[in-house]
Write a protein that binds this ligand. Structure first.
Ligand code: TTP
Length: 358
């Protein structure tokens, strides 16, 4: 069996939670985010609104019937995208193997992670704590040997929960798991399975493979595997990276070049750790720094790395870039970042080759 260490992270009532954070006056009141006029539908709602039966994808008119005092807010996508980017900043402290499913949901493969002595559960708890502290949001996490079970796990103790399934617990866990928890098993498939005598994955395991194949075609085999808690799909980082960077916002602005030098050293140490994780796939061709001043003006300075990029980590070169960037305004600095622009080492990557297999 191919056991990995997978974490599935899913933010709690994502758009609604972001709105409550931005406007704490909304906390404790039933709110939704979505279209409020005409044929508008609810994108999501907070847990107060869920008590009234309000749900995602419900027409807003229906939601208002269920909960007359419901406040329906217009979605603010730039804000959700920025929050999503901040989630990923936190994820990348632990692994580069990240597969986003949506703005608020991602799989992380931490099989090779060294933080927290390699404990996926501790990593998940640290990620949840960092998100709570730095972004004032709660996320739920599932920790398991594969993607299927990790996703089931993130839903298990929602909201603000974490659930770990160790490899040794998989067999007994899936035996009792309702088939409706399998991703892709909606009411129609669930009803068909019930006719075959299966409402739990344990009962599904007992159905002969031929029967499943006859009833569900190719999906029958997949159902059988999932019912046994097996799922070999790797976490796919489909995106080809163009850059990698580390940045930090300081609670007290950095006012002189000495403070900036010290801050830069820490950033470069973190950048080195992160770049190590992907250096087999990418080589750096440029280095850059980013500076955001106390007036929120932002600037970057970059330069081509001489040679083949191997000696990218030269603190002196980064410091020179930082000094030039800072001199553009010579004001206190609230955010500092450093990074690398990247080129893939192998022009045609495996994932792209796979496209030609058929
Ligand atoms: P979900 O993760 O499905 O749900 P959620 O984060 O709102 O709540 P929870 O996970 O705690 O149950 O969706 C993530 C975001 O995607 C959600 O905040 C709004 C958006 N969304 C829609 O726009 N339409 C939809 O039908 C759904 C389900 C979600």
């Amino acid at each position: 069996m191919n056991w990995r260490k997978i974490i599935h992270v899913d933010a709690d009532s994502f758009y609604a939670s972001v709105e409550m954070r931005e406007n704490p006056g909304l906390i404790g009141q039933p709110i939704a985010v979505g279209g409020s006029t005409g044929r508008g539908v609810i994108a999501t709602c907070n847990y107060e609104a869920r008590k009234y039966g309000v749900r995602s994808a419900m027409p807003s008119s229906r939601a208002r019937q269920l909960c007359p005092q419901l406040q329906i807010l217009k979605p603010r996508f730039p804000l959700y995208r920025e929050t999503s980017r901040q989630f990923h900043e936190i994820f990348r402290r632990y692994t580069e193997v990240i597969e986003p499913l949506s703005l608020d949901e991602a799989y992380l493969d931490v099989s090779e992670a060294t933080a927290c002595q390699g404990s996926a559960t501790l990593i998940a708890e640290e990620i949840r704590a960092s998100i709570k502290e730095e972004l004032q949001l709660t996320v739920s996490a599932g920790v398991a040997p594969n993607k299927f079970l990790a996703k089931v796990g993130s839903d298990w103790n929602k909201p603000d929960g974490c659930f770990t399934l160790a490899p040794g617990q998989v067999a007994s866990f899936v035996r009792e798991l309702p088939v409706s928890r399998i991703n892709g098993v909606g009411s129609v498939t669930a009803a068909k399975l019930e006719k075959l005598g299966a409402t739990t994955c344990g009962e599904l395991q007992a159905i002969p493979l031929e029967t499943l194949a006859r009833r569900f075609g190719k999906y029958g085999l997949r159902l059988s595997q999932l019912a046994h808690g097996e799922d070999n799909r790797p976490v796919q980082t489909s995106r080809i990276r163009k850059s990698i960077s580390v940045e930090n916002t300081y609670s007290d602005d950095l006012v002189d070049i000495d403070a900036m030098r010290t801050a830069l050293e820490k950033i470069l140490a973190e950048l080195e750790t992160r770049f190590h994780r992907i250096e087999e796939q990418y080589h750096p061709n440029k280095r850059f720094v980013k500076v955001k001043f106390d007036n929120f003006n932002q600037t970057t300075m970059e330069e081509v790395i001489p040679g083949n990029g191997e000696h990218w980590l030269q603190p002196g070169a980064y410091l020179a870039l930082l000094e030039s960037a800072w001199q553009r305004q010579s004001r206190p600095v609230r955010l500092l970042g450093a990074g690398l622009r990247l080129n893939p080492r192998h022009e045609v990557r495996e994932s792209q080759l796979a496209l030609f297999d058929n």
